[in-house]
Design a binder for this molecule. Sequence first.
Ligand SMILES: Nc1nc2c(ncn2[C@@H]2O[C@H](COP(=O)(O)OP(=O)(O)OP(=O)(O)O)[C@@H](O)[C@H]2O)c(=O)[nH]1
Ligand SMILES: [Mg+2]
Length: 683
Amino acid sequence: MERYPAQNIRNVVFVSHSGSGKTSLIEALLFDAKMTTRLGKISEGNTHSDYNSDEIERKISITSKFLHLVWKNTRVHILDTPGYADFVGDVISPLRAADAAVLLIEAVHGIEVGTERVWGFLEDRGLPRIIFINKLDKENASFENTLSMIRERFGRQCVALDCPVGEQLSLKSVESVLAKGGKLKEDLLDAVVETDDSLTERYLEGKELSADEVTRALKSACISGKIVPVFCGSAVQNVGVQELLDGIVDLLPSPADRPAAEGINPKTKEAVSRKPSESEPFSAFIFKDIFDPYVGHLTLFRVYSGSVESNTGFYNSTRDLKERIGQIYILQGKEQIPVQKAGAGDIAAVAKLKDTHNNDSVCDDKSPVVFEPTVFPEPCISDSVKPKTRQDEEKIMGTLTRLASEDPTFRISRDEQTHELVISGMGDLHLDVMLDRMKKRFGVDVEVGVPKVPYKETIRKAVKIQGKFKRQSGGRGQYGDCWLELEPLPHGTQFEFVDKVVGGAIPRQFIPSVEKGVKEAMNKGFLAGYPVVDIRVTVFDGSFHEVDSSDMAFQIAGSMAFKSGQELASPVLLEPIMSVEIIVPNDYLGQTTGDINSRRGRIMGIEGRGKQEYVKASIPLSEMFKYATELRSMTGGRGSYSMKFDHYEEVPAKITQVIVANIKKAAEEAAGGHAGHGHEHHK
Ligand SMILES: Nc1nc2c(ncn2[C@@H]2O[C@H](COP(=O)(O)OP(=O)(O)OP(=O)(O)O)[C@@H](O)[C@H]2O)c(=O)[nH]1
Ligand SMILES: [Mg+2]
């Protein structure tokens, strides 16, 4: 495999709302660049990206995939991402390795919630981008409407470079706006000259600009993000695809056009900056681990500077250890192509690393640098899982750990009350897919409980309370005694501990013991065993015994005082409230808002944009399960939504009663043996 210098590399991540055609478009790009000899189809389950059996079955991308092609003497690394919000972790990882993006927008639906979400990611990372309007071959597709929606929403720096010849079922090809002339050419020139002072002058003087001048200005404006070129076509009809390839190579930045990578020297803590050049010392960032039945265990890295050879090693600066590496590969979906060396700007993979994991930095040990780890969103929904058989019980932990190490948004924990295993992820579909993978890949079958909401507890009233622990037995006894005041604090304050003991009522060394006991008790609140937050605890009095007092005795006294104190202080349950954004066609606004009300939601704002309504709402997480399915059926598949955690709020008393009763019941059942409250897990 030939090597390419950084100037001749493009690292391009493909993003969009779910199902806009990323995987299909990449299939066409590979085909047109003669990397493949067949144009795979989603319907036939034979694309190069969606090779996992669950992706083929569900006809969606689930994990990010890595492919490449060569066009005009440039190697383009392609990062395909899933569009479903549940798999957002697999959008965030590849974004870290990319220098530019192609954002797809469907010509039928236009801007959807997922479009807004990925646009936000691209803005956050300052990634130069191209927009591709896809599915122009479909009935009801409209290039014009979609383009004007894009310009209205994302700004007039979004300009068409191509427009369709023929539309919908008679779509034939695309043609260049510059060659065709007319209104679109004017928009393009207006936007381009605005980015370049010398061009502005001559343009205003009415002088003709050469195509070359325009292209050059366009390229630098695109790299600096001042212009977003819009291409268009149809992935499945292979229309507009070569034009897009040209656009990627001609207009998007190479690694050499991007800012240097900034990190920290772990020894001196000084800032370090690494230019994308092979003459600099080697440095790279591990952005993804893959464990799957096809590729086994692969670790993907993006080289920022210098180079690394196959069958050598590198220094892991995050963990301060050396690691040997075998063959280096670049990927074409599940296929691995061996390469001798990976240099600045490359995205490559190695197999079977021992101690190096996702988010680590690796480099030359003589010039150490640590790059900032990627931050992933916290999982927002959980399910309890129970093994179906004894053998499953043994395999289950190992399996879940494997799955979690591939996906930073998937977590495993134990329920404090029931001791059940709990899995957490970004949504129903995410957990569903993970359980399916457990079963199909590892043959582990589980029963699934009801989804769990991470409730918390707090108090509404201040109380003063004593905790006294006294035990007399044979030899030395136990004695601890403290008086606490519990007071509610504003939401989000967590915990404050204040020591107001005077005159040695409790000896100094036992004050931390009281605090430790209180914290212990706060892990399992009185109401339903959830963590207690937003409380100030003041220890203001107590007593002790010369011989019998001990650290342990004061811990127990602190814990006892807190438990009985919380009971008297009007304990309440807090629930997570999600900030939800919904986009629906105008006609469905009534149903959508009615439904939000029935979910105890509050509408925060409604904004009409063209044929669509943008609804912002605050809705309790506990009311959002299965919302994806219900919104889809309510709007004939046209509505889309996204949500993220916003804040905690008190649960209404009636609902608290039900929750508490259910939890007590579950805890009793768990204590009483294997009598499960879970139901069969269906796909
Ligand atoms: N008519 C038409 N259908 C298309 C086009 N591009 C994709 N599709 C269809 O749209 C569906 C989704 O396509 P995908 O390529 O899986 O879209 P995606 O963006 O990769 O989807 P996710 O990865 O799940 O977000 C499939 O049924 C495709 O056949 C197109 O240009 N025209
Ligand atoms: Mg896909």
